[in-house]
Design a binder for this molecule. Structure first.
Ligand SMILES: Nc1ncnc2c1ncn2[C@@H]1O[C@H](COP(=O)(O)OP(=O)(O)O)[C@@H](O)[C@H]1O
Ligand SMILES: [Mg+2]
Length: 176
C-alpha cells in the first residue's frame, strides 16, 4: 500500500506491551485532524476542506484496491506540516494521512462470514445498518458514511452526533 495520503508503514513490532496484535509503526506526525480543530488556533474552513480532501484521496486509494478501512474518523487522520517544493516559491503546508488500519478488511473476505471480525467502537461514525452491535461487514459504502460523519466532525469541531449521547437515540435519529 503506497499513497501520498496514506500513513507510511515503517515496520511493525511483535509482542508490543505483551499485546496479541503486532504494533504498526508509522513516521511521527504533529497532530490528528480532530486534535488540530480543537487547538486554540484551529485551521480555517478552507484548510479543513483541503485536509479532508487529502484523507478522501487516501480512502479512494484503499477502495480502488478493494480494501475497506472501517474506522474512518478525525482521530484516525494524521496531520503533518510538509514543505511544498513543487513551485517556485517553496512554502510549508499541512498534509493529511489516513491511518489506523487495525480494522481494515479486504472486501472479498466479506463474502466469507467465518473470517469476519467484530468492531465495538467509534459508534458515532458507524453506518446505521450496523447500529452499534458490531461491525462485521467490509463495504466501501460504510466508509463513505463514516467519512460524511468525519466531514461534520471536522467542520463543526465536535462528535458527529453531538450532543446526542445515547447510541439508540442516534439510530432513531437516522431512521427518522
Ligand atoms: N504516526 C503518528 N504520529 C503521531 N501520533 C500518532 C501517530 N500514530 C498514532 N498517533 C496517535 O495515537 C492515536 C492512536 O493511534 P491509532 O493508530 O489510531 O491506534 P488505535 O486507535 O487503534 O489505538 C492516534 O489517534 C494519534 O493520536
Ligand atoms: Mg485510532
Amino acid at each position: 500500500m503506497k499513497h501520498i495520503n496514506i500513513a507510511e508503514l515503517s515496520g511493525f513490532m511483535d509482542n508490543f506491551r505483551s499485546g496479541i496484535f503486532p504494533a504498526l509503526v508509522t513516521p511521527w506526525c504533529d497532530e490528528t485532524l480532530r486534535g488540530l480543530v480543537e487547538t486554540r488556533t484551529p485551521p480555517s474552513n478552507y484548510e479543513r476542506l483541503k485536509l479532508l480532501s487529502d484523507a478522501l484521496g487516501g480512502l479512494a486509494y484503499l477502495h480502488q484496491n478493494r480494501l475497506a478501512h472501517r474506522d474512518v474518523k478525525g482521530a484516525n487522520i494524521l496531520v503533518k506540516a510538509e514543505s511544498n517544493l513543487s513551485n517556485d516559491s517553496p512554502n510549508i503546508q499541512r498534509m493529511a494521512y489516513l491511518t489506523d488500519f487495525g480494522f481494515c478488511k479486504d472486501i472479498a473476505q466479506y463474502l466469507n462470514p467465518d473470517i469476519s471480525s467484530t468492531m465495538q467502537q467509534s459508534t458515532q461514525w458507524m453506518p446505521p445498518e450496523y447500529d452499534g452491535k458490531g461491525y462485521h461487514e467490509a463495504r466501501t459504502t460504510g466508509d463513505m458514511w463514516s467519512f460524511g460523519c468525519t466531514f461534520l466532525e471536522i467542520l463543526r469541531g465536535n462528535d458527529p452526533w453531538h450532543p446526542v449521547q445515547d447510541p439508540q437515540h442516534r439510530t432513531l435519529g437516522i431512521h427518522i
